[in-house]
Each structure stands twice: as structure tokens, then as C-alpha cells.
Design a protein. Structure first.
Length: 367
């Protein structure tokens, strides 16, 4: 029996592939298993404290998850068509990485759901994985012929570079094999050069302990040296994506403002921030973590009212907000006002006390 071509099949069944999408397929069983690779990163502590696919590597890295599945359809969606304006560099403003400007997963989910519904009507089983900790989304990418893994660890495609999201659909139908293609980064290492923290110093390896994007999503206390390197970033860092040559022709519009007024963020209710940025990964769904990010960004890119804002926030009920405001005032050279506005003697939070003592000692040691 002749192999069924996936693209022809979709066309014959009136499933149009929207602009910005690429689609391919891998036949199952594949014998692919990335569990060892994920476990190695975990053992070497390159994942920092990240959960996601690291929670259960033996399953998330497994290619052949379902005995009934005969193919896995790989869908990539190129989500960037606009560049950011320069407003993010003005005092008091923070930047949002391009990949986080809006929920770019919505079109991907809609298209994959359309494909799923088609197979459901044919009484064929499916299982989809989109940004899911139970599946390593890049597992089949190279085998599908859609692209390759870059030195940044991002999945790259010609004409798209890293500006894409990936979804996988296991389906109970056999399709013809995709044609694997020989792509590579060659001698290019612009992503490594552009990384502000050295998180990509080793080819094809990301050290999350040094990654700004990781720390801005982490529930852990951000190290002092990393706070400095975060600069005015409010959410995400995409230096390695922007520098990647295969994706540099994607952005076309420079009139989009993806910066934020950091003082406005700090004056907002945490619950309102959760709603405003509902597509962000926010630890514990606690908006105070976004305020933490805003405090760091504002301390690194202060406006004329930054000191007053931080002093007011020392009275916050959130220990997270108080802790980072202590550092923020130290950063802008106003640490002496902390003891005047925060009752240190009666402060019960150990992390705040440790932060205050550490910064106080740093000041005296430098005198």
C-alpha cells in the first residue's frame, strides 16, 4: 500500500495550513528517547530548580508514548511579525521579551485542535502535547525535517530561526516518512556572544543557573549578581533569539511598544497583574513575583520617583516585595532610608533580615 502523504491528506480533507505554520510527520514507533539527555542536564544541575520536563524525564523524553499511535504530527508556528520600539529604554520602563508580548500559543492550539477534531470524526485516537511538561516538545523536530537544534538549544528553521512554537499530535493513522534535511549552525556562534550572562558558553547546552529568562520565572531568591545582569528586563530575555541569523528577517514593524511602566506595575494589585499577564508563567500564580521583577528592573533603570516608590513599598504586606525593595534602595544608593522606614527590630521574616544584614555588611566593608 502506498504511503499517505500528510500534506496531500490535509488538503484533500479541506484542512488548510495557515500562514506562519509548517507541518511534518514522524512515523511511529520511532525508537527516539531523550530521557538520558534530560536526566544528564538534571544531574549536572543545568536545569537549576526548573520543573517542567525535568519532573519526569523518563516519560517526557520518551518518543513512543502510546502503543496505538502510528504517527506523530509536528506543527511549528512562527509567531513573530513585529519588533519592539525603543520606549523600553526610557527611565522607569521595563522591557518584555518578544516571545512574551502576547499569548502566541493561541493560534497553535486552535490549529492543532482543528486537526484533532478531524481525526476524532474518523474515530481515530489522538493525543496532543503543547507546552506540556509530560512531553519534550522538540523530541521529533529534527527527524521531521522542519529544522535543527541550534547552539542556543532553540529549534531553528530556515526563514524563521528560533521564532516558533512547537506542538505534537500523536495519531492512530500511518503517514509517509518526512525527509530529514542536513541543517546546522556551522561556525556561527552569535547567540553565545550575545548572551549577557554566559548561559550558552558551551555549544548546544543551556545553563539555566545563568539564564535571565529562567530567573524571571523562578520562585527562588534571585542572586545579587543576577539582579544586576537582569537590567531593565521585566519578563524574559531574548538576546540569543534576536541575534540568530536565520530569524533576523522575520521582524518587520518597529512601532510596537512592548515595554511597561514599572511604577504602574508596582502600584497595581497583584491579582490584577495575574489577569493582565495571564499568559506569563508566574510562580505559584502569585502576582508579587511580577512586582519582584519590576523592582529589580526599576532599580536598574530608575525614574525620578523611584526612591519614593520603594519607600512606600517597604510597608507592603508582601515579604517578597519588602525584600527586593531593600535591595532596590541599596542599588540606587539610598540604603540608609531602609532603617528609617522599615521596623527591622520587629521584622519576623528571616529572608528579609538576612538581606538587610548582608547589604549592610557590604556597605560597611566598602567604606
Amino acid at each position: 500500500m502506498k504511503d499517505i502523504n500528510l500534506l496531500n491528506y490535509l488538503s484533500e480533507n479541506n484542512i488548510d495550513i495557515p500562514d506562519g505554520f509548517n507541518i511534518s510527520v514522524v512515523r511511529l514507533p520511532s525508537q527516539l528517547n531523550k530521557s538520558l539527555e534530560i536526566n544528564r542536564a538534571k544531574e549536572e544541575n543545568r536545569h537549576a530548580n526548573m520543573k517542567f520536563t525535568f519532573s519526569d524525564p523518563n516519560y517526557s523524553g520518551l518518543g513512543d508514548k502510546f502503543e496505538w499511535a502510528k504517527s506523530c504530527i509536528i506543527v511549528s508556528y512562527s509567531y513573530i511579525s513585529e519588533d519592539s520600539s525603543n520606549l523600553g529604554f526610557l527611565p522607569g520602563r521595563g522591557s518584555i521579551a518578544r516571545f512574551a508580548k502576547e499569548d502566541f500559543y493561541i493560534p497553535l492550539k486552535e490549529f492543532i485542535n482543528q486537526i484533532k477534531e478531524h481525526f476524532k470524526k474518523k474515530n481515530l485516537r489522538t493525543a496532543e502535547f503543547i507546552d506540556n511538561p509530560k512531553h519534550y516538545d522538540r523530541l521529533f523536530f529534527e527527524q521531521s525535517g522542519l529544522g535543527w537544534q541550534g547552539k542556543s538549544t532553540m529549534m531553528l528553521s530556515p526563514g524563521k530561526g528560533p521564532w516558533q512554537l512547537i506542538g505534537n499530535i500523536y495519531v492512530e493513522k500511518k503517514f509517509g516518512l518526512a525527509i530529514e534535511k542536513d541543517y546546522s549552525c556551522g561556525s556561527c556562534n552569535l547567540c553565545q556572544i550575545s548572551c549577557p550572562t554566559g548561559a550558552l558558553d558551551e555549544d548546544f547546552i543551556l545553563d539555566s543557573n545563568k539564564c535571565i529568562s529562567y530567573w524571571l520565572q523562578s520562585p527562588d531568591i534571585i542572586p545579587h549578581d543576577m539582579r544586576e545582569k537582569i537590567g531593565n528586563r521585566f519578563y524574559g530575555c531574548d538576546e540569543c533569539l534576536i541575534s540568530c541569523p536565520p530569524g533576523q528577517g522575520v521582524a518587520t514593524n518597529n512601532n510596537i511598544d512592548s515595554s511597561v511602566d514599572l511604577v504602574q506595575v508596582l502600584n497595581s494589585d497583584s491579582s490584577d497583574l495575574l489577569e493582565l499577564y495571564n499568559w506569563f508563567y508566574i510562580p505559584k500564580r502569585n502576582g508579587d513575583f511580577l512586582k519582584r521583577n519590576a523592582i529589580i528592573a526599576l532599580a536598574n533603570n530608575p525614574s525620578s520617583d523611584t526612591k519614593e516608590v520603594f519607600i512606600n513599598l517597604l510597608k507592603s504586606n508582601s515579604h517578597l516585595v519588602r525584600l527586593y525593595c531593600i535591595w532596590g534602595l541599596w542599588k540606587i544608593g539610598e540604603f540608609e532610608v531602609v532603617s528609617q522606614n522599615l521596623d527591622i527590630e520587629n521584622e519576623k521574616n528571616e529572608m528579609i533580615l538576612e538581606e538587610y544584614q548582608r547589604l549592610n555588611e557590604m556597605i560597611y566593608s566598602n567604606k
